[in-house]
Design a protein around this ligand. Structure first.
Ligand code: HEC
Length: 221
């Protein structure tokens, strides 16, 4: 339209008018356009807000209902807890109590709760030289284990007792020895931790299990 107008003046004015209208229309159209939304600033759908609100409401309801009372002095609770923990630690088990505990956890599976074992499979611990005799030899059986032919109170065994030296401390070895030596009808002296320590000093480098013959050659009864 504008191009045609340049050819004669009469039409030119008219076309100027048209051109202005065009510009006006174009700008009007441009003004109606909304700016392109920037990424990240769009407003989400209403139901998303509804879900978020419901989730929070449920969360608070749940916490209030099930978490017990909110404590306004949480540090007090902490103090009383550590106090009672300290009290528990102060309760020292006697050697017999600790020994009974270890026996129940470690030895009773095989040698049974009454110490009598299972004939032909696990030898009795009642009235045997290995239990009531040489303390180092007994410590050796627990710490390094034992295998090979063995006769206990007239019954033959050829079993395999695993080593416990890695799992239980010297204190616990001494305690379980003391317990066994004073239970099930046995009545022998308590075992001081130092006896176990001196065994470890001498045989600490050893990794092999004791074979019955080797054990008896190494330790006199
Ligand atoms: C996995 C089974 C098993 C466990 C656990 C076990 N022993 Fe034994 N124990 C045996 C076997 C089997 C023998 C016999 C080994 C052989 O035949 O040479 C034996 C032998 C012995 C002996 C020498 C024989 C005797 O009856 O006097 C003593 C002492 C002994 N065990 C003490 C203990 C003590 C104490 C514990 C716990 C710290 C313990 N054992 C844990 C299986 C076990």
């Amino acid at each position: 339209m504008a191009k045609k107008g340049r050819e004669n003046t009469e039409e030119f004015d008219d076309s100027r008018q048209n051109e202005q209208d065009d510009i006006y229309d174009i700008h009007q159209a441009a003004l109606r356009e909304r700016p392109l939304p920037e990424e990240g600033t769009e407003i989400g759908p209403w139901w998303l807000y509804a879900i978020i609100l419901t989730t929070f409401a449920f969360g608070f309801f749940y916490a209030g209902f099930y978490f017990g009372e909110f404590n306004y002095q949480p540090h007090q609770l902490y103090l009383t807890q550590t106090e009672s923990e300290a009290e528990i630690e102060q309760v020292e088990l006697t050697q017999m109590e600790l020994g009974e505990n270890i026996y129940g956890r470690v030895c009773s599976t095989c040698h049974q709760a009454n110490g009598e074992g299972v004939e032909g499979a696990f030898p009795t611990l009642v009235d045997t030289d290995y239990v009531n005799g040489n303390v180092s030899r007994f410590a050796g059986i627990i710490i390094h284990g034992l295998y090979g032919e063995l006769e206990i109170n007239g019954v033959s065994y050829n079993g395999n007792m695993p080593a416990w030296g890695e799992q239980i401390s010297d204190k616990e070895v001494a305690a379980v020895m003391t317990y066994v030596r004073n239970s099930f009808g046995n009545n022998s002296s308590d075992v001081p931790i130092d006896s176990v320590k001196s065994y470890r000093e001498t045989f600490g480098d050893r990794t092999a299990q004791w074979e019955v013959g080797e054990l008896n050659d190494t330790f006199l009864n």
